[in-house]
Design a protein around this ligand. Structure first.
Ligand code: SF4
Length: 62
């Protein structure tokens, strides 16, 4: 799993960081993957965060 956030789509709702703060955070008003946690850290909530992103800005590459 490789996570990335598309800044063109993200509008900074913060949902991802709220759901999985160990993997996502908000930087300068936009969602971002915590450096070094692009693999999702094995946290099952990552999938929920991806599916719950209101702008579908999070991409998962397997
Ligand atoms: S949940 Fe989606 S729109 Fe909200 S901050 Fe995260 S990536 Fe951006």
């Amino acid at each position: 799993m490789w996570l990335s956030v598309d800044p063109e789509r993200c509008y900074g709702s913060g949902d991802c960081a709220y759901r999985v703060p160990s993997v996502f955070r908000v930087v300068d008003g936009f969602g971002a993957v915590v450096p070094g946690r692009e693999d999702g850290g094995g946290d099952p909530k990552v999938r929920e965060a991806v599916e719950g992103c209101p702008s579908q800005a999070i991409t998962v590459t397997e």
